[in-house]
Design a protein around this ligand. Structure first.
Ligand code: HEC
Ligand code: HEC
Length: 416
């Protein structure tokens, strides 16, 4: 190889003069909007959202299996830090197998709507669901209350964040299971217990808000792009750069995967075939909207810390329509290479399969099913273009956080 060749390989391809040649101006503007990931939006519905003591207690709860019916399931069972805060399976599995795939919770603080169908509108109201769901953790808020009563460290941590645990008597065991015992309680005692449950969930949310990834190879590339740093530019491989061009260009991926999470946070029907091959039965957003509007734990409900704020106002304008049938939340693509399988039922096992789907739309359900969207058209990508797009998606990986955030802390107490 001649010296000239070396120079071209080292500097030429990623040389500044050549970048504009690779990306059109429109593509460059689109790229500019994908990074950096700003600070997570404030959550005014949760007064503990950015309280470090709350995050510590929440982290402890996230990894604590005692908050389940059989003492074996915690949030981390399904949202395992070693598996991209997901579970590596097609369908989630707790006390029973669930109808949907476990999404990663990386960067979930940026979501306006939570769950594939958006049936909750805050991280804290989301966290309450699996804890009491009979098919996930199967616990009961009264059980959680008693756990705090009987565990000095948890009680002290709760006191540190919220204040004293209310003094009330948990009905005796001979009255039946948790639900039966709950029925024997005064409404005022019940609401105090519910309040404690809400506060625990707000602490879990404070922990989840810390799971943010903003320093991927792609982010460094965009930074370099902006500032003209050659070294940063060459961090993104030529294949990934070409994939990026498809992503923001003719692939039209940024129609839905736009902004710094690479998701619009909204709901679409990309016509992925149902996991079991039959007619789809999951109504997605169509079922999520009424559930959210009726939820006493939503942003305008009595447990929210900001019932007149931005999140509450969003609900005012939320209306359901038949077009919502079968639409699912656009997932963020940050760390997507670590969270296979993909889609709301884990229908695809690799990123390549996902991209091949977008390329051919082979096996896609017919457009217009239940009035669904017709945005997608087959892209007819070459093998190399598919590889490039996968290389780009892989460049969105950054799992580096404080290693202490990846496991259950030995104590729920926060020490400065
Ligand atoms: C049994 C497995 C399981 C357990 C346990 C579990 N999850 Fe999940 N999680 C899921 C599945 C499956 C979904 C998607 C369900 C849906 O959309 O209907 C989900 C969705 C979520 C989401 C929404 C992400 C998004 O982008 O919309 C968050 C956040 C989350 N879980 C956090 C938690 C927390 C916090 C706990 C513990 C309190 C927990 N999960 C316990 C399986 C689980
Ligand atoms: C019309 C909106 C839309 C467009 C355009 C779009 N996506 Fe998606 N994407 C979605 C939605 C919605 C899902 C989840 C669908 C589901 O689970 O049924 C998704 C899922 C994915 C997933 C799986 C993520 C996960 O965690 O499960 C990847 C990867 C992905 N899209 C990449 C792309 C790429 C690459 C392109 C361009 C070729 C693209 N998307 C174009 C809306 C879109």
């Amino acid at each position: 190889m001649t010296w000239g060749w070396w120079l071209v390989t080292l500097f030429g391809w990623t040389g500044l003069q050549e970048l504009p040649a690779l990306f059109t101006e429109a593509e460059q503007r689109e790229i500019d909007r994908l990074s950096p990931l700003p600070k997570a939006p404030v959550d005014e519905t949760n007064r503990f959202a950015d309280d470090p003591a709350a995050a510590r207690l929440g982290q402890y709860l996230f990894f604590d299996p005692r908050f389940s019916a059989n003492g074996e399931i915690s949030c981390a069972t399904c949202h395992d830090p070693a598996l991209g805060f997901a579970d590596g399976q097609s369908l989630g599995e707790g006390l029973e197998v669930l109808p949907r795939h476990t999404p990663s919770i990386w960067n979930s603080a940026y979501s306006r709507w939570l769950f594939w169908d958006g049936r909750t509108d805050s991280l804290w109201s989301q966290a309450m669901r699996p804890m009491e769901s009979a098919v996930e953790m199967g616990g009961h808020r009264l059980q959680f209350f008693q756990l705090l009563q009987n565990d000095a460290a948890l009680r002290e941590a709760y006191q540190q964040v919220v204040g004293d645990l209310p003094t009330l008597e948990v009905p005796a065991e001979n009255l039946g299971d948790w639900a039966a015992r709950w029925e024997t309680m005064d409404p005022s005692d019940q609401s105090q217990v519910t309040e404690v449950f809400v506060n625990l969930a707000k602490c879990i949310a404070a922990y989840e808000r810390r799971l943010v990834s903003r320093n991927s190879v792609f982010d460094r590339f965009v930074e370099g792009f902006r500032r003209g740093h050659k070294a940063a530019l060459s961090s993104l491989s030529p294949a990934a750069q070409r994939g990026l061009k498809t992503f923001v260009g003719r692939g039209n991926c940024t129609l839905c995967h736009h902004g710094p999470t690479l998701s619009d946070g909204e709901f679409h029907d990309i016509r992925v075939p149902d996991g079991d091959g039959g007619e789809p039965t999951d109504s997605g957003r169509f079922g999520g909207v009424p559930t959210l509007l009726a939820d006493e734990f939503n942003a305008r409900g009595p447990y929210s810390d900001d019932t007149g704020g931005k999140a509450a106002r969003r609900l005012k304008f939320l209306v359901n329509s038949p077009e919502n049938w079968g639409t699912f939340k656009t997932p963020s693509l940050r760390n997507v290479a670590r969270t296979a399988p993909y889609m709301h039922q884990g229908q695809f096992s690799t990123l390549r399969e996902v991209v091949e789907y977008y390329s051919t739309l082979e096996s896609a359900r017919p457009p217009g099913h239940h009035g669904g969207e017709q945005i997608l058209v087959p892209l007819f990508l070459s093998d190399e273009e598919i590889d490039d797009l996968v290389a780009f998606l892989e460049s969105l990986t950054d799992e580096e956080i404080d290693p202490l955030l990846r496991k259950g802390p030995s104590s729920p107490l926060f020490i400065e």
